[in-house]
Design a protein around this ligand. Structure first.
Ligand code: URA
Length: 436
């Protein structure tokens, strides 16, 4: 088999056979074909797309390029959630203990902040002592004991994606639905989950800017995941505004604790209950979404979800007393207040600009090796639709230093739009697709 023939076939819009895809994946992982041929193949896929069968084959081949988490001997069901990334999206921190409290085990493998989007691992690592580097034995132990465990991707899990994703990043081939599907699903299936709930974000602060693109990705995740024998739900949710009132690393841990106490902002509570409800349905613990949501609410009001959150913090090396002490006080000394430029109503707070401003402040990073700040971020005092007077505080902005706030400030100021009348309310959850 020759890579050039496979590139040519895809270039001409033809469907690749399983063994041709296997050749490309294995030859790239073992270094026997050069990156320029893989780059050309990726670009051909970008323009020509892939059939459902090709996408499922590629996903399985990528999955089998590495280890699959062995969860044998632990009682299931195992269900995880994956968000395609947004600003202020701390749902994983709320969902894992809440759903675990309802009897579904959550083997969660998360990522780091990159560009304007935040990362669960960076948030968790602001808890003093907390480690997200778990070997398989410790991951299994905590999953069995606490009902959930939080880890990062290791080199042994889907090595094909590590190489392909980096190459896609520099060859302008990231935004391809079949390549995104194979990348996300191979990693999620490798965790050992039997069912998956996806939160496909849509809007300026998301990877997918339009509902049509988000729907195409959601459909592809649902059809490929179910072809691989998994029960799948995909929600499309709005990411025009930051989710919740806090954006930052420790700040988002704090807001997650508020949600676990039932005192979180309404958008974050709504999304957490909806995703949690579906996770319980997908895991067979609830007969329908209504029952799933009711069980999630009970896990919050009973305090069970908070207890499991603290149990997990302790298991993963975190200092619960220090976390509780830092709650509400851990803020950068470098702060500035964003005030309203006029009387009126907040018509929008642009999530994308807030995410980009966050990179300057130290919340996010431009490259995977950049450090992030625990204490930088935003606390919003007013949100979309609220009335306000000229000069009234809208947000407190924390930076890693004064210069970072200066750099972020044009983006922060231009993210805020104040109009004469209240904007129309938009639904947070736009669509739901299920294959259960
Ligand atoms: N996230 C991933 O893990 N892979 C992609 O291809 C895109 C987003």
């Amino acid at each position: 088999m020759r890579a050039v023939d496979i590139i040519m076939k895809k270039r001409d819009g033809l469907e690749l056979a399983h063994d041709e895809l296997a050749f490309m994946v294995s030859s790239y992982v073992n270094g026997s074909i050069p990156e320029y041929q893989v780059s050309a193949w990726l670009m051909a896929v970008f323009f020509r797309g892939m059939s459902a069968r090709e996408t499922a084959d590629l996903t399985t081949l990528m999955l089998n390029s590495g280890q699959v988490m062995d969860l044998s001997g632990i009682a299931g069901p195992f269900v995880d959630k994956h968000s395609t990334g947004g600003v202020g999206d701390k749902v994983s921190l709320i969902l894992a203990p809440m759903v675990a409290a309802c009897g579904v085990r959550v083997p969660m493998m998360s990522g780091r902040a990159l560009g304007h989007t935040g990362g669960t691992l960076d948030k968790l690592e602001t808890i003093p002592g907390y480690t997200t580097r778990l070997d398989q034995a410790r991951f299994r132990e905590y999953l069995a004991r606490d009902g959930f465990a939080m880890t990062g991707q290791t080199d042994a899990i889907v090595p094909a994606d590590k190489k392909l994703y980096s190459l896609r990043d520099v060859t302008a081939t990231v935004e391809s639905i079949p390549l995104i599907t194979a990348s996300i699903l191979s990693k999620k299936v490798a965790e050992g989950a039997e069912a998956l709930v996806f939160d496909v974000k849509c809007g300026p602060g998301a990877f997918m800017k339009t509902v049509d693109d988000a729907r195409a990705l959601a459909k592809s995740l649902v059809s490929t995941g179910s072809a691989m024998g998994k029960r799948i739900v995909a929600l499309i949710s709005d990411m025009s505004e930051p989710l919740g009132c806090m954006v930052g690393n420790f700040l988002e841990v704090e807001e997650s604790m508020d949600c676990l106490n039932g005192k979180g902002p309404s958008d974050l509570m709504e999304l957490s209950y909806r995703l949690g409800g579906w996770m319980l349905v997908a895991g067979g613990k609830a007969k329908d979404l209504g029952e799933g949501i009711a069980l999630c609410k009970e896990a919050i009001t009973s305090g069970k979800a908070t207890k499991l959150f603290f149990d997990n913090v302790k298991s993963q090396g975190g200092d619960v007393d220090a976390l509780v002490r830092m709650y509400g006080t851990r803020r950068s000394a470098f702060a500035r207040t964003l005030v309203s430029p006029a009387d009126g109503y907040i018509s929008s707070v642009d999530a994308y600009k807030i995410g980009l401003a966050g990179v300057h402040l130290g919340v996010g990073r431009n490259t995977v090796s950049d450090p992030v700040s625990a204490e930088a971020g935003f606390v919003f005092h007013k949100r979309k639709g609220q009335a306000l007077r000229k000069g009234e505080p809208v947000a407190t902005v924390y930076g890693k230093d004064e210069a970072s706030i200066d750099a972020a400030w044009p983006l922060v100021q231009s993210s805020l739009c104040v109009g004469d009348s209240a904007p129309a309310a938009m639904p947070l959850i736009i669509e739901e697709l299920t294959a259960l």
